[in-house]
Design a protein around this ligand. Structure first.
Ligand code: AMP
Length: 209
């Protein structure tokens, strides 16, 4: 039996057509069940929060998983194999703020984000020490009420920024969903994992042909 950890929410919705194409669609209520059989007797799914997917896969509670590059960058991806870019849930990780936001001289830049590690690394690479304010959602509000000078957040269409009067200031990284694999399972369950990796690769190539 193989266990695949799926990221609940937007990524799961965008993953369903691929799962369908390779015969791994969930065979159960994905809105309520946390562990669901798939249409294939030898693969089951875990439906979990995206931020938890790297942990389940790293510890081997799941053999492989599907998760956004943003979460992998924040988690640190060295403990997992990342063999395939699925090309879904594409967006960009950006620094955004009110138009005309300038580097501040009198105090450290305050950055609101749910990605403290990525943010710290990004500004440190530029030789900047910033004050990071960890939020769990609705980052766009922070500059409007002067909780922060700028935000680090995902931008897809840009509509959320625009609706809140914010603009992109800097591009940090392109983001899409990745297939990740537990390192030990890649050895002990090699043939089975190889088979499914090949199916995912084919489906991804077909979808983007
Ligand atoms: P948009 O208005 O299309 O630019 O989408 C921006 C909002 O959707 C922000 O609140 C983002 O955090 C969120 N978002 C955009 N793309 C993704 C994604 N691939 N995964 C999770 N959240 C996303």
């Amino acid at each position: 039996m193989l266990t695949l950890a799926l990221s609940k929410g937007r990524i799961l919705e965008e993953t369903l057509p691929t799962l369908q194409a390779i015969g791994l669609q969930p065979a159960g209520d994905i809105d309520r069940l946390l562990r669901v059989p798939s249409r294939h007797p030898e693969v089951q799914h875990l439906i979990i929060r995206p931020t938890d997917v790297p942990t389940y896969v790293e510890y081997g509670a799941a053999d492989f998983g599907i998760v956004g590059k943003d979460i992998l960058m924040e988690h640190g991806s060295g403990s997992l194999y990342e063999p395939l870019d699925l090309g879904i849930a594409q967006c960009r990780l950006m620094v955004a703020g009110l138009p005309g936001t300038k580097p501040l001289r009198h105090r450290r830049l305050r950055v609101a984000t749910k990605y403290p590690e990525i943010t710290r690394r990004y500004f440190a690479q530029q030789g900047k020490q910033v004050e990071i304010i960890k939020l769990y959602g609705s980052m766009e509000l922070a500059p409007l009420v002067e909780l922060a000078d700028v935000i680090v957040d995902l931008v897809a269409t840009g509509k959320t920024l625009k609706a809140n009067g914010l603009v992109v200031l800097e591009h940090i990284a392109d983001v899409s969903s990745r297939l990740v694999v537990n390192k030990a399972a890649m050895k002990t369950k090699h043939a089975a994992l190889r088979y499914w990796l090949d199916r995912f690769r084919e489906a991804t190539e077909t979808a983007h042909a």
